[in-house]
Design a binder for this molecule. Structure first.
Ligand SMILES: C[S@@+](CC[C@H](N)C(=O)[O-])C[C@H]1O[C@@H](n2cnc3c(N)ncnc32)[C@H](O)[C@@H]1O
Length: 378
């Protein structure tokens, strides 16, 4: 049990909590006698119980092997030094990591905080909260975690009695663990249930999107969110195929795409289509838009907002949000005084997005599409 300390709280507070998963409660109460003393990271977040090193968390997903991976396998943090450089303004400050993942960015911030500093961490994925909770256990006095959507970050801060913070990080998208875990259904390379939900309790999953959306909706999603040129043809083929049998696995969907796409472009098409469905399942763009506005309201003056995005739709949204709130004066230059009243709320610190260096891309090819944008609250 040496490495399998646990932390616990009441999962019913988690917005993602799926009542169907409460079958695990019984096991939890049976096992509570054998759990080791744990750091309580927050009231009402997520819990895990380990028995003989076996994970039996919420609704017990039976994911033991993956959750026992070392953090470095769980997710390699992208642009780590750059993030620290840009958002870490005060060692006594309060920071919010909206996308904890395996907790590597969070750990780097925690290591630099003085004992009076505080790190608040969120993730929609119970597995990530669990992983980060274990990984960051040594910092418990400076740490609060919550399993929730970052579009509700304001509520989390209110619950913690924190009005404004010094820095907010959003490292968008998906962790390596989520991609690599076949049962999450994010990867077309591995056979798995077409799931693609960040949070286990979300109602909409990829099976419902693929089998229940109309041909037009499917085509729109693949075109808008995946920029897939063959979207219409593929949508038609999906609708034909699902009349014969429900499409429930990653490989079944991939096989349908394969029939319509030139093998030379197949992997790129599959990546675009899987990305598009994932964005739809998790309403990623809608939540990002809300979260950006919330972040603006909860930054102290001179506080920093850093966003790492991995595809052009997200990056465009962040760029436009920063610009819209930079509120530069648009008065004609001949006017002696400003009359447009464009009072800016943000100062853009990165005119161009910060990209990973070649050596980072060589070490971690998944970082290659990352773009970091940073702005400061005025
Ligand atoms: C790229 S990973 C973050 C990795 C993390 N920075 C680290 O150091 O390990 C992105 C994480 O964001 C989470 N996520 C995505 N959308 C979210 C949302 N709307 N609210 C909260 N978490 C979200 C995913 O579950 C995933 O764990």
């Amino acid at each position: 049990m040496a490495s399998s300390f646990h932390w616990e709280a009441d999962s019913s507070h988690c917005k993602n909590h799926d009542p169907q998963l409460s079958v695990g409660q019984k096991v939890l109460s049976e096992l509570s006698a054998v759990t080791v003393p744990a750091p309580v990271i927050d009231r009402g977040v997520a819990f895990s119980v380990y028995s003989d090193g076996i994970f039996r968390g919420r609704g017990y997903y039976q994911l033991t092997k993956q959750l026992q991976k070392k953090p470095s396998n769980y997710h390699i943090p992208v642009l780590l030094q750059e993030v620290l450089f840009w958002i870490f303004v005060d060692p006594k400050g309060t920071y919010l990591d909206c996308t904890l993942g395996g907790g590597a960015h969070a750990e780097a911030i925690l290591r630099r905080l003085t004992p009076t500093g505080l790190l608040l961490g969120m993730d929609l994925d119970e597995e990530a909260i669990d992983q980060a909770g274990s990984h960051l256990a040594g910092f418990r006095s400076r740490l609060r975690l919550k399993c929730d959507n970052f579009s509700d970050l304001g509520e989390f801060l209110r619950e913690q009695g924190v009005e404004k913070v010094d820095g907010i990080l959003m490292d968008l998208g998906i962790s390596s663990h989520q991609i690599d875990a076949a049962y999450r259904g994010f990867s077309f390379m591995q056979e798995g249930r077409l799931d693609m939900r960040f949070g286990h309790g979300q109602v909409l999953d990829a099976i419902r999107v693929v089998n229940e959306y109309s041909e037009e909706e499917l085509a729109r999603i693949m075109f808008e969110y995946g920029e897939e040129r063959q979207a219409r043809v593929i949508a038609r083929r999906i609708v034909q195929a699902r009349k014969k049998a429900r499409i429930e696995s990653t490989k079944a969907l991939a096989a349908i795409v394969e029939e319509r796409v030139n093998p030379r472009y197949l992997n790129k098409s599959l990546a675009r289509i899987f990305q598009a469905i994932r964005i739809e399942v998790n309403a990623e763009l809608q939540h990002l838009q809300t979260a950006l506005a919330e972040a603006l309201d909860h930054l102290k003056p001179s506080g920093r907002l850093a966003v790492i995005s991995y595809h052009s739709l997200e990056d465009r949204m962040v760029k436009q949000f920063f610009k819209a709130n930079a509120g530069r004066c648009v008065c004609p230059p001949e006017l002696p005084v400003c009359t447009c009243n464009q009072s800016g709320k943000l100062k853009i610190l990165t005119r161009k997005p910060v990209r990973p260096e070649q050596d980072e891309i060589a070490r971690n090819p998944r970082s290659r599409s990352a773009k970091l944008r940073v702005a400061e609250r005025i």
